[in-house]
Write a protein that binds this ligand. Structure first.
Ligand code: PLP
Length: 389
């Protein structure tokens, strides 16, 4: 098998070998059932943020008892669903959430496995929308609050303290913030031990960045090595889990689109393509630069500086700006690095069907999401009797 997803996952496996460590693929970056099934076959764990993602993991053959439930807003139903499925841990992010988990666990009369996600107040040095470890972020709780939560949880029959979690952001290209956050967490675990609260598991988060343009993130091996080195140096022998999303999925996928028109105005040249911000939101949402290349290089046409734009009626609808591209109408282009936070963020805006998804294994390929039809797009909509013509 020659699938990039598998290769990337194995880089983590190799990087962590010799340590009691679990890779828990972060489902939100690419949650196609086939992608999850591939991970499940590798015996990967999962990390999820909704009841829907839990259903996906189960449907794909993943194990709930190797799955962590993260996120700031778990509903009662989601908590109950997770507990009944025997989730590995509910990573909680507020005192109110602990209270709710406790109530649901009592009702079901099962002990809820819980970990507290701490917020170490560390700047991940990434885009503000995906930076999660600063005090003003909605994520996690400060160490003082975590201490209170552990004290409470350790005394309840219906709560089982499982571990501690930290995740300070996504698309991180430097190790320093991660190491600084983990260092603080290790200190805190020692403080908890002195308090008689014994933590067995450390969830080191995800967030390792990838290279889209000229970023220089550590490799997966370097990233794993520096985490393991830190744990060793600090005498921390907890079992760990690591929750990569993007580092596994981003460069496992490309978005293919066709050039419909070339359009020149006095100010600019545009390549108008048939993909749009509803298919790939990262460029406009995060101001993200993603590489765009022609699928076939043509030496016969001249490279021209172009904005690559889609059919949606918004000026924000672009995939790339000021790109040197040698393309003509009818050509295919590929947007690289689109495997993470691409399809999962797509919508039907402008009543555009979502694109098909294809899994490529060397020279074999399978459709893993078929093209959406008009009926599928409007199926849930209802015209009430009194306004029907
Ligand atoms: C999104 C998320 C991740 C994965 O982030 P990537 O940048 O895709 O690796 C890990 N942990 C938590 C809590 C997250 O919300």
């Amino acid at each position: 098998m020659k699938i990039r997803l598998e290769h990337n996952w194995r880089e983590f496996e190799n990087g962590l070998s010799g340590r009691d460590a679990k890779i828990r693929y972060f489902v939100k970056s690419n949650s196609n059932l086939a992608v999850l099934a591939l991970m499940a076959r590798l015996d990967s764990g999962f990390d999820i943020v909704s009841g829907g993602e839990l259903e996906r993991v189960i449907r794909a053959g993943g194990k709930p008892d190797n799955t962590i439930f993260s996120g700031v807003a778990k509903t009662e139903n989601e908590i109950a669903h997770a507990l009944k499925s025997k989730i590995f841990s509910l990573n909680l992010e507020s005192p109110a959430e602990l209270k709710r988990i406790h109530a649901v666990a009592k009702e079901l009369d099962v002990p809820a496995p819980v970990s507290v996600r701490v917020n170490p107040d560390v700047d991940a040095k990434t885009h503000p929308h995906i930076s999660t470890g600063l005090r003003e972020a909605k994520f996690g709780v400060p160490f003082e609050v975590a201490l209170e939560l552990y004290r409470f949880a350790s005394q309840q029959r219906h709560l089982a303290v499982k571990g501690i979690a930290v995740h300070i952001g996504s698309q991180m290209t430097s190790l320093d913030p991660i190491i600084s956050a983990l260092s603080q967490v290790i200190d805190f675990v020692k403080q908890l031990n002195r308090d008689g609260i014994n933590i067995q598991h450390l969830d080191v988060g995800g967030g390792l960045g990838v290279r889209y343009k000229d970023e220089n993130p550590p490799t997966i091996r370097e990233y794993c090595r520096s985490i393991l080195d830190l744990l060793e140096k600090r005498g921390c022998n907890l079992s760990i889990s690591i929750e990569p999303g993007r580092a596994i999925s981003a460069h496992s996928g490309v978005l293919i689109s066709r050039v419909e028109y070339l359009k020149a105005t006095e100010a600019k040249r545009f390549a108008v393509v048939d993909a749009a911000m509803n298919d790939l939101l990262r460029p406009v949402l995060f101001d993200a630069w993603m590489e765009i290349v022609p699928v076939k290089q043509k030496a016969t046409i001249e490279e021209m500086l172009s904005d690559v734009v889609g059919p949606i009626c918004e000026t924000g609808d672009f995939l790339g700006k000021d790109r040197l591209l040698a393309v003509e109408s009818g050509d295919l282009i590929a947007v690289l690095g689109a495997g993470a936070y691409g399809a999962v963020m797509s919508s039907n805006y402008n009543t555009r069907p979502k694109p098909a998804e294809v899994l490529v294994d060397s020279n074999h390929f399978d459709a893993i999401r078929t093209r959406e039809t008009f009926d599928q797009m409007v199926n849930l909509e209802v015209i009430p009797e009194q306004i029907r013509i």
